[in-house]
Design a protein around this ligand. Structure first.
Ligand code: ZN
Length: 242
């Protein structure tokens, strides 16, 4: 009688151990996939790089605009100087010609004023975009630093998981070897029907898988261990902790 009791207890205990190992393996594999997905360039990092590139392109565009405007202003100033030299040089005396030169100078100066306004605007834009580039650089640097940290942590976790899973698989083979063929078949069948969990821990009269409080008679039966007992609510094999 005592021998039978021990045997049944061992049966549910071994199945429970197998279940614990299988659940940890399946959680470990899920985490492994998450870790693999997290390794490598992140979307956040790519986005930060693109944002910096965009800001830098925009800054270059405004710098080019400013340079072009400066060149244009320079050539306009040279032109004004040369027209003014003719106007005030004393060699041109014809009033109509002088009036024409005067008009040309006025026109060129108006254009230069316009140009100066645009130059000023471009300078402001260059400054704004310089600040923008600086801020994007700082934000990229921060994201890169965090990313590097995360990558390091994930790489460590990956090797820890590999080690842990290898250990669990070895342990699983050992435990499985101690379980009878019939119990194993039952375990597999229940696993496939019950979302990967065939065995439930019975604790304080409550099935820890479905959270239902079981009748006292059932709890006693599970504890007595004369045969495998099942949760009346979720039908999983019960394992009562000693
Ligand atoms: Zn249950």
């Amino acid at each position: 009688m005592f021998q039978m009791e021990v045997t049944a207890m061992n049966r549910s205990h071994l199945l429970y151990r197998l279940q614990t190992i299988d659940l940890e393996i399946s959680n470990g594999k899920r985490r492994q996939e998450e870790v693999e997905a997290g390794l490598g360039e992140s979307e956040e990092l790519r986005q930060a790089r693109r944002a910096l590139q965009k800001a830098a392109d925009e800054l270059n565009r405004w710098r080019t605009t400013l340079r072009d405007l400066e060149l244009e202003a320079k050539s306009l100033t040279a032109k004004i100087t040369s027209v003014e030299e003719r106007l005030y040089g004393g060699r041109v005396t014809n009033p109509k010609e002088l009036a024409n030169l005067q008009n040309e100078v006025s026109y060129l100066k108006r254009r230069r004023n316009e140009l100066e306004d645009r130059q000023l605007e471009a300078m402001v834009k260059v400054e704004e975009h310089e600040a923008e580039v600086d801020s994007k650089k700082a934000s990229l640097a921060q994201i890169e630093a965090e990313w590097t940290q995360t990558q390091k942590r994930l790489a460590e976790e990956r090797s820890e998981l590999e080690e842990r899973l290898a250990h669990l698989k070895k342990e699983r083979v050992e435990v499985e070897g101690m379980i009878g063929a019939e119990d194993l078949a039952l375990y597999r069948e229940l696993c496939s029907r019950k979302g990967g969990q065939a065995v439930a821990l019975l604790k304080g009269g409550v099935c820890q898988a479905c959270r239902v409080t079981l009748p006292t008679s059932q709890v006693q039966q599970a504890r007595s261990g004369n045969s495998l007992s099942f949760c009346s609510s979720c039908q999983r094999i019960l394992y009562a902790e000693r």
